[in-house]
Design a protein around this ligand. Structure first.
Ligand code: PEP
Ligand code: MN
Length: 339
């Protein structure tokens, strides 16, 4: 059960509501976000809400049978818009394109990518400064200094930054230089990190875990929302299956299912999803047709020289072409009556 509270409710009214609903056998968790105040009731799924609907301070009550509550579409039918300012948003009914290198490598590389994005009409740049690498000897990223430099150059160009945060202690130091905090597939169930990202007023893009279910992704998003932050984007980036012909198995099924289950925007990462440069465009466009609200992919001036993930990275010509194809495919999708 989700109880939406009226604005500026005195604490004594909240306490009274909590005590009353607890009396009906519910365990209550209060949630305050940048947009609202809620009481989350865990208990019977069958409850006659008329028993409490008249109580003062309640704006709305919703019975949500899913294990996740606040990210469910069962109470919030209207899709969530992630507004990043400067007329840049990620939302249902639009197509966001986020592109950039796997790793931020140098000033020259940042400038090259920014120029390419500007020419292609892309205003969201991805890139890692803290890199989770399978080998401890691989390039681990430029760190905070790289992020500061990137931020300065991106701001001048009117470009927003999407970058991975790997641990709680990095949140505060990265905060001023980030537009979207990315939670990587290896951290999807780092519940301490998710809790802390609930405390910030910045968008959070959560990737699906390497072996994570759709339900687990939604539960991870529930951590951030219930921690206090409603600005969440879900990302399908492929899961590990028995198939070895591709890096991961991009689960396109997840797109319509996530869109049906949650009000949050959903984006697709075809680069990590298939892991093979030549096939990234096909999977990106399939993601668009599957109902995604955005595509996030890797691009680099010289992919074969990239410090990480070059094998799945597009060069700038391929990237420009793909951005154009994404827009055309999205325009086509809009002409269909797909859910
Ligand atoms: C990345 O985006 O570069 C990355 C490491 O992604 P993932 O967490 O999906 O592997
Ligand atoms: Mn990568």
């Amino acid at each position: 059960m989700i109880i939406q509270l009226k604005k500026d409710l005195p604490i004594k009214d909240v306490d009274f509501l909590t005590a009353t609903i607890t009396g009906f056998g519910y365990q209550i968790t209060p949630v305050s976000t940048q947009f609202g105040h809620y009481l989350i009731g865990i208990g019977s799924r069958n409850f006659d809400i008329r028993k409490i609907g008249h109580l003062p301070g309640i704006q709305d009550i919703h019975m949500v049978s899913d294990d996740y509550k606040l990210v469910s579409k069962k109470w919030k039918v209207k899709p969530t818009k992630i507004d990043l300012g400067d007329d840049i948003a990620i939302q249902d009914g639009e197509m966001a394109i986020m592109a950039g290198p796997c790793s931020i490598e140098s000033e020259e590389q940042i400038v090259n990518v920014i120029n390419h994005l500007k020419q292609s009409g892309i205003s969201l740049m991805r890139g890692g400064v803290f890199k989770p690498r399978s080998s401890p000897y691989a390039f681990r990223g430029l760190g905070l200094d790289g992020l500061k430099l990137w931020h300065q150059l991106a701001r001048e160009a009117g470009i927003k930054i999407v970058t991975e945060v790997m641990q709680v202690s990095q949140i505060a130091e990265m905060y001023d230089y980030v537009d979207i905090f990315q939670v990587g597939a290896r951290n999807t169930q780092n519940f301490n990190l998710l809790d802390e990202l609930g405390k910030v007023d910045k968008a959070v893009l959560i990737k699906r875990g390497i072996s994570g279910t759709i339900e687990e992704l939604l539960q991870s998003a529930e951590y951030v929302f219930s921690g206090g932050n409603e600005k969440i984007i879900l990302c399908e980036r492929g899961i590990r299956t028995y198939e070895r012909a591709s890096r991961n198995t991009l689960d396109l099924n997840a797109i319509p299912i996530l869109k049906a289950k949650s009000h949050l925007p959903v984006v697709v990462d075809p680069s990590h999803g298939i892991g093979i440069r030549e096939y990234v465009p096909q999977m990106a466009l399939s993601g668009v047709m599957s109902g995604a609200d955005g595509i996030i992919y890797e691009t680099h001036e010289n992919p074969d020289k990239a410090y990480s993930d070059g094998q799945q990275t597009l060069n700038f010509d391929q990237s420009s072409l793909l951005a154009d194809q994404i827009r055309k495919t999205f325009a086509l999708r809009k002409t269909f009556q797909l859910l």
